[in-house]
Design a protein around this ligand. Structure first.
Ligand code: NAI
Length: 333
């Protein structure tokens, strides 16, 4: 099948071509949005990633020019208008799980690097500065960690942090507590009040948009560490900046950002960053940001490519492959 692959980088091409030599994959570096949708004209299938904006306008154009399948290279699908896709008769499928280990391990990497000031320590040592001032950390052992979302990734983070001797709480209205005997299930306000570290592992839905806002932050302990490796829209970034200024948030680790679509996955090192909120975040010594790389391990890339190609194969054969998502998924997920 001819497939237009959007937001394609060298590594996407490498893994997808290896997994799907039977398909004619045409790679576009551009994000898919209303301006670039014409690139997909005549392609029966398109393949997109997290910062492609598959809104109703784009879907109308796709449907009008013969597209029947949107294959997501991601688990999250908040960037796709599933209602519009359903109405247009376009199938949408995703990669429900590739390597939850990749994201869980990156989450813990952020926690450790923030706590022990690894980036600052590394820069100091490279400059011959061996002072320890400002590098004081805390033992993770005995600390309380609160997870918002206890699905595949959240459960793995819990498992890893239990290994450090942490007490783990979780707020997840849909999780079955019986499956996680070592995790204490709480409401979000209870969790905020008790946790030394709050980490987000739920999908972005209308219900979870800005789940971390000024009110939620005010309910947290002073000096709390906040980590978000899920989706930028879960966090009201302006409220977080305000709390960093007062010291209410003591550490912030982000792999995702509300407005990351204009920034992440590209080398902008010779450009001016026009986003003042993001630029402000970069000025804090206790903020660590990675550019949506939590998923980026060899194992995850292999699994994403294999499942994406399997999804395209099933569609080409006219058989549901089991990874289709419908408008109902928005409510169920
Ligand atoms: P999952 O579907 O296994 O788990 C999500 C959990 O969130 C479920 O247990 C669900 O019940 C829970 N949840 C739903 N609404 C909630 C709410 N209002 N409050 C609390 N919990 C709620 O998903 P998985 O695989 O664990 O992924 C979690 C998220 O991680 C994804 O939705 C995605 O946004 C993000 N992600 C980020 C990546 C990265 O590279 N930074 C890569 C992969 C996923």
């Amino acid at each position: 099948m001819r497939v237009a692959v959007f937001s394609a980088r060298r590594y996407d091409r490498e893994y997808l071509e290896a997994a799907g030599p039977q398909h004619e994959l045409v790679f576009f570096e551009a994000h898919l949005d209303s301006d670039t949708a014409r690139l997909a004209d005549g392609f029966r299938a398109i393949c997109v990633f997290v910062n492609d904006n598959v809104n109703a306008d784009v879907i109308k154009r796709l449907a009008g020019h013969g597209t029947k399948l949107i294959a997501l290279r991601s688990a999250g699908f908040n960037h796709v208008d599933l209602v519009a896709a359903e109405e247009a008769g376009i199938t949408v499928c995703r990669v429900p799980a590739y390597s939850p280990y990749a994201v869980a391990e990156h989450t813990v990497a952020l926690i450790l690097a923030l706590n022990r000031h690894i980036p600052r320590a590394h820069s100091r040592v490279r400059e011959g500065n061996f002072s320890l001032d400002g590098l004081l950390g805390f033992d993770l052992h005995g600390k309380t960690v609160g997870l918002i979302g206890l699905g595949r990734i959240g459960a793995l983070v819990a498992k890893i942090l239990h290994g450090f001797g942490c007490r783990v709480l979780a707020a997840d209205p849909y999780a079955n507590a019986d499956n996680y005997p070592d995790v204490e299930m709480k409401t979000a306000p209870e969790l905020f009040a008790a946790a030394d570290i709050v980490s987000l592992h739920c999908p972005l839905t209308p219900e979870t948009h800005h789940v971390i806002d000024a009110q939620a932050i005010a309910a947290m302990k002073r000096g709390v560490m906040l980590v978000n490796t899920s989706r930028g829209g879960l966090v009201d970034t302006r409220a977080v900046v305000a709390a960093l200024k007062t010291g209410h948030i003591g550490h912030l680790g982000l792999d995702v950002y509300e407005e990351e679509g204009d920034l992440f996955f590209d080398d902008l090192s010779d450009k001016i960053i026009a986003d003042d909120v993001f630029a402000r975040l970069l000025t804090f010594p206790n903020v660590l940001i990675t550019g949506h790389q939590a998923f980026f391990t060899a194992e995850a890339m292999h699994a994403i490519a294999a499942t994406t190609i399997a999804n395209i194969d099933s569609f080409a054969r006219g058989e549901p492959g089991g990874n289709e998502i419908t408008a109902d998924s928005v409510r169920g997920n």
